[in-house]
Write a protein that binds this ligand. Structure first.
Ligand code: AMP
Length: 149
């Protein structure tokens, strides 16, 4: 990642922190929960974005939501994985911001969200910013500060 001016970091654009769409594991609203669970397990992530074929963001889906959706009163009902669509279970409220918005907004979102979805002005999904990337940058910055004192 390019070196950002630490003094102005809070006002800087989040663009350098974005993991671009082609590297982001995702599912589509009409995929089955079985497919989504496979992607989540194989990728090792607990939550991933839901995008349509035009790369428009619809929500996010988590392993916990999928597992919750197959809980019957007394049994787990795995057959529901094949018949239920992602759109029926995903959350539609999520942390999202535009690619030109500042670092401070991403930082404040990342207190409660493991990742923030980034879109362009036309609403096309560009990628995500993860909490670990922001923390890694801040950690590096704080250590630099310590050395110069
Ligand atoms: P991290 O801060 O790196 O642990 O990432 C936080 C969360 O962001 C992960 O648990 C995933 O839900 C999501 N995430 C990170 N990288 C990706 C990726 N390449 N594709 C999809 N989701 C991701």
């Amino acid at each position: 990642m390019q070196k950002l001016d630490p003094v102005n970091i809070l006002k800087e654009s989040i663009a350098p922190f974005v993991i671009s769409v082609e590297k982001v594991a995702h599912v589509q609203p009409n995929n089955t929960l079985e497919h989504a669970l496979l992607i989540l397990i194989k990728s090792g992530y607990t939550a991933i974005p839901v995008l349509d074929t035009n790369f428009k963001l619809h929500g996010l889906i988590t392993k916990a939501q999928i597992l919750d959706s197959i809980l019957g009163i007394e049994h787990i009902e795995p057959e529901r994985l094949e018949t239920t669509k992602v759109s029926a279970v995903m959350s539609k409220t999520l942390a999202r911001m535009k690619d030109y918005e500042p670092f401070e907004r991403a930082l404040s979102y990342s207190i409660n969200h493991p990742f923030v979805c980034v879109e362009d002005d036309l609403g096309a999904f560009i990628g995500i910013i993860t909490r670990s990337k922001l923390l890694a940058y801040l950690n590096g910055y704080l250590h630099e500060q310590k050395k110069t004192k």
